[in-house]
Design a protein around this ligand. Structure first.
Ligand SMILES: NC(=O)c1ccc[n+]([C@@H]2O[C@H](COP(=O)([O-])OP(=O)(O)OC[C@H]3O[C@@H](n4cnc5c(N)ncnc54)[C@H](O)[C@@H]3O)[C@@H](O)[C@H]2O)c1
Length: 325
């Protein structure tokens, strides 16, 4: 199958490699900035274009990977659906829930597969936490604490630092934890949020969101774009019989994508803690879904639900009051 990468920045480059690792052919690289499309196209032997509509309309494209800034997702999902393409879209599905609903309607009408990259479900560490908790090893889980953060990214034309575009740490970063908590422990009933970035561009954001789940579990999620450097993820699950903890600083996640076709080395060195990047696992799941197998681990409705929680959190930050989801 042939893929068009739409948005050839940081995530476009990563997903082109992941799709290629899965045996897909990168046929087209499209970016509003032609030089970015050309640079990625050169690596994959693809065609570079700046005309996004033309890229979506190409007959030789089966899958469109939307890896452009969040505010562009809604329009691109609708256009790709109308063109009859299978769609891989980076999270968040769209900038607003209203846009997300419109996009989903277009996808359902066209009957095309849509996958949204809520990648934390594919991180082995988080999957291990979920499975361990479900096995009952720490008894009845009552409290969850997560941290995710690092330097505030810039992005092309500084879009990450513009709240109107990125939604700050809540909508861009903590949406990962909202999705994973909902996936692992069920629906969220109420949110309360305090954050720094409100409605003006800034170089940092810090957000705390308390979630009350329908099951009664309480979760505290903290997201930072205020760290001077690096990126760190932590999780702590407290249950009646013990705790599960994870800290990426103690056990860094080494992502070493396999380079297919490369000759095996003579010397065997200690292997990476993860055999496959979670970003590749997403692609494998999506490809199986396109092939008519079971629904992917993340459904479009899951992506919309995570965005809805993020939107409720932002409303809470604005009003200073808890919001019922
Ligand atoms: N899952 C994750 O771990 C993760 C991490 C970072 C970013 N993301 C998400 O991935 C998406 C892209 O983020 P990024 O870090 O790659 O951003 P980026 O700014 O590095 O790259 C975006 C690219 O899209 C291009 N672009 C802008 N408008 C376009 C349009 N209308 N059509 C086509 N191309 C356009 C830009 O020129 C740029 O090359 C965002 O939605 C972001 O939230 C996900």
């Amino acid at each position: 199958m042939n893929v068009a990468i739409v948005g050839c920045g940081a995530m476009g480059q990563l997903h082109a490699q992941m799709a290629s690792n899965c045996g897909l052919r990168i046929a087209v690289c499209a970016d509003a900035v032609k030089a970015r499309a050309s640079a990625l196209a050169k690596i994959h032997g693809a065609v570079a274009v700046a005309d996004i509509d033309a890229a979506l309309a190409r007959k030789d494209v089966d899958i469109v990977a939307l890896t452009s800034p969040t505010p562009t997702h809604a329009k691109l999902i609708v256009a790709a659906a109308k063109a009859g393409k299978a769609i891989f879209c980076e999270k968040p599905i769209t900038r607003t829930v209203a846009e997300g609903r419109t996009a989903l309607t277009a996808v359902q009408k066209a009957g095309v597969p849509l996958f949204v990259g809520h990648v934390v479900r594919y991180f082995q560490e988080f999957e291990a936490l979920r499975l361990q908790a479900q096995s009952g090893v720490i008894g009845h889980v009552g409290f969850i604490k997560t941290f995710r953060g690092g330097m505030c990214p810039v992005g092309s034309a500084g879009w990450f630092r513009d709240f109107a575009k990125s939604g700050g740490a809540v909508l861009d970063l903590l949406i990962h934890d909202f999705d994973w908590i909902r996936y692992a422990f069920g629906d969220i009933e109420r949110v309360f949020c305090q954050n720094l970035m409100r409605e003006r561009p800034t170089i940092m954001d810090y957000a705390m969101v308390t979630l009350t789940l329908k099951s009664g579990v309480i979760a505290q999620t903290i997201g930072s774009w205020a760290h001077p450097e690096g990126f760190r993820v932590k999780a702590e699950l407290c249950g009646t019989d013990g705790m599960l903890t994870y800290d990426s600083a103690e056990a860094p996640i080494a992502v070493m994508p396999r380079q297919h076709g490369k000759k095996s080395p003579n010397t065997i060195v200690p292997s990476s803690p993860v055999d496959k990047s979670p970003y590749q696992l997403e692609w494998e799941d999506f490809i199986a879904h396109i092939g008519g197998h079971a629904p992917a681990r993340v459904t479009p409705e899951d992506a919309l639900a995570a965005l809805h929680i993020a939107e409720c959190a932002l409303k809470s930050a604005k009003t200073g009051a808890p919001v019922t989801v």
